[in-house]
Design a protein around this ligand. Structure first.
Ligand code: PMT
Length: 302
């Protein structure tokens, strides 16, 4: 498998990289010695043609990352949200299933206003969003492909090497890709028969995050499994290998109401109770409150 250095040497950064990283740099400078969280969210695409019509994708709606971003803002963090374009975003996620146009009405054929019965839900969210933007506590940067993600992750992590920084890796990142040099230039034609292509392994970057780029930060990675027998072992393996602070283990079908927080000396099971559900408490609120406490202890013990 190629090393992460080889990967970055052979794949140039995307066109908007300098712009995106300058945004992160300015944001980090503005919040020096404050708590900052970098959240990754959504899947990554792996194109199979240079002029991309088709791609392989990873499963993730972006719920975990976008909901967590809102709760980290509530907990006083400055939030850098890097997310797969078209996956869920904080605040907006509450409205994805409703049509925006159905919430508005036309007044006197001249202006537009929010329907009265929609104000109750919209107002507090809009207020939170505006406050976060006005106080410069929130930036979001989209990516699409695996290569875009890899660059954005490296550039951002290198700027977040302090104990006040939290790296929260909720994205589901592809383990395989096709290097652009091996892709067909144009759309693959079905008349040519079933395509044969070799996927390459994506270098593991977790070690670079914990040992090179963000050595002083508090780092939380995620582990998604479908077999409950594997979850704890694989999460512990990750902790052992990368020597970071926390793995959040989740199973595909129960991830919205049950996760395990796995640290080197402890495993904590988090379950959203029926009462929680009735009160609209999301699992991300509980996760973020627990992590905030752990991060505070980490800061105070260094
Ligand atoms: O978005 P939702 O629909 O709410 O779903 C949320 C989720 C299930 C996707 C999320 O909770 C989750 O579990 N994400 C991690 C999925 C996973 O198993 O990742 P992994 O084992 O491939 O990688 C381990 C960790 O390294 C992850 O934190 C990943 O973000 C990070 N990683 C992996 C490879 C890579 N090249 N870069 C990375 O940052």
């Amino acid at each position: 498998m190629e090393t992460h250095e080889e990967f970055y040497n052979t794949h140039p950064p995307p066109l908007n990289y300098e712009n995106d990283i300058t945004k992160v740099e300015n944001f980090v400078r503005c919040h020096k010695n404050e708590k900052i969280v970098l959240i990754t969210s959504g899947g990554t695409t792996v194109p199979i043609e240079q002029n991309t019509v088709r791609f392989v994708d990873n499963f993730s709606a972006g719920t975990r990352g976008s909901a967590s971003a809102e709760y980290f803002l509530d907990a006083g963090y400055a939030v850098i949200f890097i997310y797969r374009s078209k996956s869920l975003e904080p605040f907006v996620r509450h409205f994805v299933n409703d049509s925006l146009l159905d919430k508005l009405e036309i007044k006197n054929n001249k202006s537009i206003q929010v329907k009265e019965d929609k104000v109750e839900k919209l107002l507090p969210l809009l207020k939170k969003y505006k406050d976060a933007k006005a106080s410069n506590k929130f930036i979001s940067i989209p990516f699409t492909t695996l290569i875009d993600y890899m660059w954005l992750l490296r550039g951002s992590c290198m700027l977040l090497d302090s104990k006040y920084c939290l790296i929260y890796l909720a994205a589901a990142v592809s383990d395989f890709y096709i290097p652009p040099s091996e892709m067909a230039e144009h759309k693959l034609q079905s008349k040519d028969g079933p395509p044969v292509m070799t996927l390459h392994l994506v270098p593991k970057v977790m070690k670079a995050v914990t040992h090179n780029w963000s050595r002083q930060a508090y780092i939380v990675s995620f582990k998604l499994e479908t077999d409950s027998m594997l979850l704890e072992t694989k999460s512990k393996d990750a902790l052992h290998k990368y020597k970071h602070q926390l793995v959040i283990g989740n199973l595909l079908h129960s991830r919205k109401y049950n996760v395990k927080l796995i640290s080197p000396n402890d495993i904590e099971d988090i379950l959203v109770t029926d009462t929680n559900k009735k009160n609209g408490i999301e699992i991300e609120k509980i996760i973020v409150n627990k992590i905030k406490t752990k991060h505070d202890e980490f800061i105070n013990n260094i």
